[in-house]
Design a protein around this ligand. Structure first.
Ligand SMILES: Nc1ncnc2c1ncn2[C@@H]1O[C@H](COP(=O)(O)OP(=O)(O)OP(=O)(O)O)[C@@H](O)[C@H]1O
Ligand SMILES: [Mg+2]
Length: 361
């Protein structure tokens, strides 16, 4: 699917006017602080009900206003909108019909993003990697969101029991539920990682052809997979009570990206890491497309300085093959050079103080 019209009201520093996007390829150029990331953030928010750069949705509302609205028209004439007030109230409209469910929106739009912060997937803690896998699952497995929410609730109750030793009699109840949900989530993630790995090989063979055979994805489900979680928790009961929190379970999931058994972060150059991140995002997009039958919109924030001419060429080939609506931001035109097609089949925008102006090329 493609978004052909985007309008935000009181979102970050963005002007409230309407922007007509190209159904295939769009470029945003502008100085630091002009609003490029905010434009991409608005589309991401519409698809996920949250930002990719803050968990504080209040900071998305333009200073001194009470709410923001993001609305789009898609190529096939659907209208999607979300409004969020500073009291936390969320209203969603799909073709004029109100709903309160984010999952209804996610049925109609999918968005994938690569930003300079995506490198945290390698350098950050397991939470970053779990977030990446779970965002893919959010689109691909419609039950995942609810299972994960239930798990988090049980995890909190169980931790409270472990911390507050008076509640120790309740712990067996929460532990049984904790094990059940951990197994459900581990199984969903396992299937997802296997499918992602198969897709990734295709995209790595375009972007990093010399390294594709040496790259592997390994994941840890959060406890020793050769044992039952319930047995592990029985064995470690005293240790968990002493620590006051759950040591094993679905919250400890991690995925490792490796090349010849050492980490990607310690082996690949910054440019190669960026290509890997792009390949991973393309793989995730393709998977979402296969399962949901919706082509995700691909957002690439700040294509940046890491990619040399031939790497940008490889990326260009991959975007052509992916054939999804793509929006790429950069500080200036030079950074975009090999990505701009000769056929003029794209839109270029200049972003300045929150104003998005179409450029005549
Ligand atoms: N809630 C808000 N209300 C008004 N302005 C805001 C709000 N939140 C952020 N801003 C401002 O919006 C501007 C746009 O930020 P944004 O991150 O989108 O810029 P950018 O073009 O991506 O810059 P860079 O090239 O540095 O990444 C910044 O100047 C920021 O201070
Ligand atoms: Mg930015």
């Amino acid at each position: 699917m493609s978004v052909v019209e985007l309008q935000t009201v009181n979102f970050r520093n963005l002007d409230n006017s309407k922007t007509l996007l190209h159904p295939e390829l769009n470029f945003l150029i502008g100085d630091n602080g002009s609003g490029k990331s905010s434009i991409l953030e608005s589309l991401f928010y519409l698809a996920h009900g949250k930002s990719f750069r803050t968990s504080k949705s209040d900071s998305l509302i333009k200073n001194s206003f009470d709410d923001f609205i993001i609305s789009v028209k898609t190529k096939d004439d659907s209208q999607l909108g979300i409004q969020r007030s500073n009291s936390g109230d969320v209203k969603i409209k799909i073709n004029g019909v109100k709903t309160s469910k984010l999952s209804d929106l996610a049925k109609n739009i999918a968005v994938q993003i690569v930003t300079p912060e995506s490198f945290k997937l390698f350098s950050g803690g397991p939470k970053e990697r779990r977030k990446f896998v779970d965002l893919g699952l959010f689109h691909v497995e419609h039950c995942f969101s609810n299972e994960w929410k239930s798990f988090q609730k049980v995890y909190k109750h169980r931790n409270a029991c472990l911390r507050n030793k008076n509640n120790i009699d309740q712990i067996d109840y929460w532990t049984a539920e904790f094990c059940r949900l951990s197994e459900v989530i581990a199984s969903l993630r396992k299937t997802y990682v296997a499918r992602l790995t198969n897709e990734l090989i295709i995209w790595l063979s375009i972007m990093l052809p010399n390294l594709v055979d040496n790259i592997t994805l390994q994941y840890l489900q959060g406890w020793n997979s050769k044992k039952e979680l319930s047995d592990i928790l029985k064995e470690n009961r005293d240790r968990e009570i002493e620590k006051g929190y759950s040591i094993f379970g679905a919250h400890k999931f991690d995925i490792r990206f490796q090349i010849d058994k050492s980490s990607i972060e310690n082996t690949l150059s910054r440019g190669q890491q960026k290509l890997f991140l792009l390949a991973l995002t393309f793989a995730q997009s393709k998977l979402i497309e296969k399962v949901k039958r919706i082509k995700p919109i691909l957002l690439i924030d700040d294509i940046g300085a890491e990619l040399d001419h031939s790497s940008r060429n490889a990326m260009f080939q991959a975007t052509q093959l992916l054939n999804s609506q793509t929006i790429i931001s950069a500080i200036d035109r030079v950074a975009l050079e090999p990505l701009i097609p000769d056929d003029n089949n794209y839109n270029m925008f200049h972003v300045e103080h929150g104003q998005i102006n179409a450029m005549i090329e």
